[in-house]
Design a protein around this ligand. Sequence first.
Ligand code: PBG
Length: 346
Amino acid sequence: MRTSSLTIMIFANRRFPAARPRRMRKDDFSRRLMREHTLTPNDLIYPVFVLAGEKRSEPVSSMPGVNRQSIDVLLRTAEEMLELGIPMISLFPYIESGKTPLAEAAYDPEGLIPSAVRALKSRFPELGVMTDLALDTYTSHGQDGIIDESGYVLNDLTTEILVKQGLCHAEAGVDMVGPSDMMDGRIGAIREAFENAGLIHTRIFAYSAKYASAFYGPFREAVGSAANLGKADKYTYQMDPANIDEAVQEVAMDLEEGADIVMIKPGMPYLDVIRRVKDTFRVPTYAYQVSGEYAMLQAAFQNGWLKREACIMESLLAFKRAGADGILTYFAMDAARLMKEGRGYY
Ligand code: PBG
């Protein structure tokens, strides 16, 4: 048989592939040995909606599996979080009355959130407690700040109120505050107020790169601000989804002003921003898998279109791979349970 020299060359080179990445993928043990990223309960922060009263646990219709909880119910949730090894809870209030244009209720020491903080910290001192600093649930118009006649959110006046809210929560014993408002200079103002009050241990978790996203819809139902906000939007303070250099600027400012952790929000559509921020600053960087991402996945699970356990774990692991140190997620309890039962996908 005559064979051309070209055919011989190809035959010699192609008899077997130069590398076989599939060798390491063949068995579970070797897949585990080369796994680059992992998810543990230490990576999770659990956001919870709190409401007044007792023995109340009300489902949020656009977030199946999520309930607004009164403080007594919240304490049971906290106990389960500790059993599962989740380090921190993040509290968001559902305010049913007393909303005003100037959001005075936001810094009432007897308000829902300071009361929840005191209850949690006295019962479970080892559980990290974070609170949201923003006025959207306290304003009659649903914006995160105080507005002028034209509806524009006033930066410096809003910051003054956020400082009062931060001090009120810190005095109630909160471990970490999470300003989610996107006012300029608020991290520095809050840090200075904490230092002046001797509150040197209260951490600031800065919602640094918070985009004006359509994925927050279910959250606004959960906290009851959707109706107040109506057709208004948050484009004059939250970031344009088209931008990424601006996210780097925002993070730089927050770090300069004294943030302990920075955050990118939403999560899954913004993995590139997480990677860029982590590579640029190498500081504790978190992602928020927001309400719309949660709702979208739950809807697909309910329809049998996606596999629940595998998709929860894959979506969370993706944040770690993108460079996040951890994730705020409504799936925190489900994910930690799966990990504990050894039923995690990874
Ligand atoms: C408001 C706030 C929002 C979220 C957290 N804090 C909504 C908004 O900015 O309108 C969204 C969280 C989520 O969608 O899960 N300060």
